[in-house]
Design a protein around this ligand. Structure first.
Ligand SMILES: C[S@@+](CC[C@H](N)C(=O)[O-])C[C@H]1O[C@@H](n2cnc3c(N)ncnc32)[C@H](O)[C@@H]1O
Length: 277
C-alpha cells in the first residue's frame, strides 16, 4: 500500500525529485505516528483524493523543507560559468566570481564564502592533499573546488535529490580540464550501504539533519565510511543566526565510544572536527 502513496507524493512537482526510498521511509514513519490516518486511507475507495492524503502531503512538504528547502536560497544556473570557461579556458577572476555567485545560493556554502581558502588550508594541513574526496550531503560544496588548492582530484558527491545531482554532474562535466574528475549520486544517505573508499570524506553540516531523520545514525554512517580522514562540521549558530547552538555532547560521546580522535578548529560560525580513522 505504501507504494501507492509514494507515487502519489512524487506526482507533486516540488517532491518529484526525492529518492523513492526517502519518501517510503517518510510514509512508514508517518503511518506509525498516525495509525488512524493510515486506517482511513487503507479503507478509502480513492485514497489519493481524500483529505487524509492532503494531510500526508502537507507533512511531506514540511519535512522536505526542514531537511532540504530551508538551505536553498535561489535558483542555480551554470550557463554563464559554462560559457565563460569555454572562452577563457582557465579559472580566472571572473570564473571565481561566477563560482561564488552560485555558492551563495545554498545557505551552508554561503555562510563560509569568505573562509573557504582558510577552511581547506587548515583541513589539508592535517590530512595532507587528498587524491580522492567523498562529499556527503554536499549541497553546493563541490563548487568550492577552486579554493581547495588541489591540482587533480577524484571527487564523489552525494545529495538527496536528482535535480541537485544533475546540476553537480553538469558542473563536474565542465571541470575536467581543471583537474576535477567527479561523480554525483542522488541518494538518501540513510539508505546507502557502501561508499567509495577515499582519502578524505567531508561531512559538512550534515549530521544534525541526519540525526533528525534517524537518531544515532551518525555512528552507523561513520562506521560505513572508508576514508583516512572524515571532516565533520557543525554550525555554531542556529538557522536564524541568532542563537548559539548547545554543545554537541552526543557527538563527542559517540567519538569516545568509537575510539576516534579528532583535531578541531572553529571559523566564524562553523566548527570542524577532523577525525583520523
Ligand atoms: C546543512 S546542508 C549542508 C550542505 C553542505 N554539506 C555544506 O555544508 O555546504 C545539509 C544538506 O543535506 C542534504 N540532505 C538532507 N537529508 C539528506 C539525506 N537523507 N540524504 C542525503 N542528503 C541529505 C540537504 O539536501 C542539504 O543540502
Amino acid at each position: 500500500m505504501i507504494d501507492v502513496f509514494v507515487s502519489g507524493i512524487k506526482k507533486k512537482k516540488t517532491l518529484r525529485s526525492l529518492p523513492d526510498d526517502f519518501v517510503k521511509v517518510f510514509v512508514s514513519d508517518f503511518f506509525e505516528k498516525n495509525p488512524k490516518i493510515e486506517k482511513v486511507l487503507a479503507e478509502h475507495p480513492k485514497p489519493l483524493k481524500s483529505k487524509e492524503f492532503d494531510i500526508l502531503l502537507k507533512e511531506a512538504r514540511r519535512r522536505l523543507h526542514e531537511v532540504y528547502g530551508v538551505f536553498v536560497l535561489g535558483r542555480k544556473d551554470l550557463k554563464k560559468l559554462k560559457e565563460h570557461l569555454k572562452v577563457v579556458k582557465e579559472l580566472d577572476e571572473e570564473a571565481l566570481q561566477l563560482h561564488l555567485e552560485i555558492l551563495k545560493l545554498h545557505k551552508s556554502s554561503a555562510e563560509r564564502l569568505d573562509f573557504y581558502p582558510e577552511v581547506y588550508e587548515k583541513i589539508f594541513s592535517i590530512t595532507g592533499r587528498p587524491k580522492t574526496v567523498l562529499d556527503l550531503a554536499c549541497g553546493l560544496n563541490p563548487l568550492s573546488f577552486p579554493w581547495m588548492g588541489l591540482e587533480k582530484v577524484r571527487y564523489f558527491a552525494y545529495e538527496l535529490t536528482k535535480e541537485d545531482c544533475r546540476f553537480i554532474k553538469e558542473y563536474f562535466g565542465m571541470m575536467g580540464p581543471f583537474g576535477l574528475d567527479g561523480e554525483a549520486f542522488d541518494a538518501d544517505l540513510l539508505r546507502v550501504r557502501k561508499f567509495p573508499e577515499v582519502d578524505v570524506c567531508f561531512l559538512f553540516k550534515a549530521l544534525d539533519t541526519l540525526e533528525d531523520l534517524e537518531r544515532n545514525y551518525s555512528e552507523k554512517l561513520l562506521k560505513k565510511i572508508h576514508a583516512k580522514f572524515v571532516v565533520v562540521s557543525f554550525p555554531t549558530m542556529s538557522i536564524g543566526g541568532r542563537n548559539p547552538i548547545r554543545q554537541r555532547g552526543w557527538f563527542f560521546r559517540m567519538m569516545r565510544k568509537l575510539g576516534y580522535s579528532a583535531d578541531t578548529f572553529e571559523l566564524e560560525n562553523e566548527i570542524f572536527c577532523i577525525i583520523r580513522k
